[in-house]
Ligand binder design. Sequence first.
Ligand SMILES: Cc1ncc(COP(=O)(O)O)c(C=O)c1O
Length: 447
Amino acid sequence: MVSGFRDSPVTTASVCGFCGSRRYPPSAATFYNEPMSRLHHIADMEKRFLLPTYNRYPVAFERGKGVFLYDFEGKKYLDFVAGLGVNALGHAHPRIVKTIREQAARVIHLSNLYYNEYQGQLAERLCQLSGFDRVFFSNSGTEAMEGAIKLARLAGHKAGGAAKSQLVALEGSYHGRTFGSLSLTGQDKYRKGFEPLLENVTFVAQNNVEALHAAVNANTCAIVLEPIFGEGGILECSEDFLRACRTLADQHHAALIFDEIQCGLGRTGHYFAFQTFDVVPDIVAIAKPIAAGVPLGAFLSKEHFASAISPGQHGTTFGGGPLACRVGLEYLAIVEEERLLENVAKVGGYLHQQLQGLVDKYAATREVRGRGFIQGLVLDIPARPLVEQGLAEGVLFNVTQDTVLRFLPPFLLEEKHVDKGIRVLKKLLGKKRKKARSALSEVATAS
Ligand SMILES: Cc1ncc(COP(=O)(O)O)c(C=O)c1O
């Protein structure tokens, strides 16, 4: 058994005796006597050198195929998380692998100083699918939101001077970690410690039409919302509320901005979530699955807002590069040719039904929320232990808002995969119910 790499020289680059990787400087493993697993090597390295921002689960993946991931011991996991909604085509989709290989051999990055073959093509395809007019490409979701806010501010200033800069956002929302997006995020846990944030943001409760009316006025430049809250716990905006947002935005010449970074690009069974709700915004932000895991985000705008911006007022180094945009085109082609939206609607309906079956039967469950491949099973107990037990069972679940098991599976998911996930959940929830019951009976006996 190889024990860490304690025999390696400690002064210069050392080679891990276990995994063969080069390390600068040697990790804590050097000083341990016990053998370390590959996972422990990786975790140990991160613990020493990364900013401590993540609370990771105790698993490291080596590769994936379709709806499955494999850890370094070769254990297989069914993936209901899909990289938090990014891997809509699952892992190692052969067409995506081929496209990346081909494009990487030609050109990966050029800079927005020059034209590339694919940025305009991808923008055209997104406009065709959405009915929007213009696109700006970013690297991530939060940057897509930053651009969207900047565009709304510019249009506001043009229409009503500097006073027309107020933003209306929703309590419980999530829009990203950069300062603009964070300022619109209606959850203290993300904001706390980073103040002061953007001024002039008013928060209203989701689906509270009265509060919305009170918040929107002539100085509002944008109403910003996720049609389905993702991080907020899979909560849908009602159509009445969305319609009221549309009416008020029109009335006050404000931009209605939808953040579809989590719920868009197919997850509801439509290319855009607004097509599900039949209320059309002025600006829509997208990201996650668009380039199948290659970082890319975008916001799309109707012409009357897009015309507020001129060259030099916004830009990015990486956004819209030829590799990412070519993969984006391939992503949309695969979704269409493999009829994946139909699969999302069909298997999503089945998932909903099966989750509802759990709610009917298991005491620890409360309700099912969402649709398609963006759903949440609300529990009466903390969900993280279930996620950890799911790992042992070879299934990846995700938790948001502490008690909501969130399902963002790849669009390739089939009913048989849902059945496997439900079987595991029954086992885990069954245990929980027994526990809850015995805890209750202990209380009853004690009193
Ligand atoms: C609705 C929503 N908006 C914005 C973001 C931020 O995207 P990113 O993490 O790519 O910056 C996310 C990420 O989860 C999201 O779900």
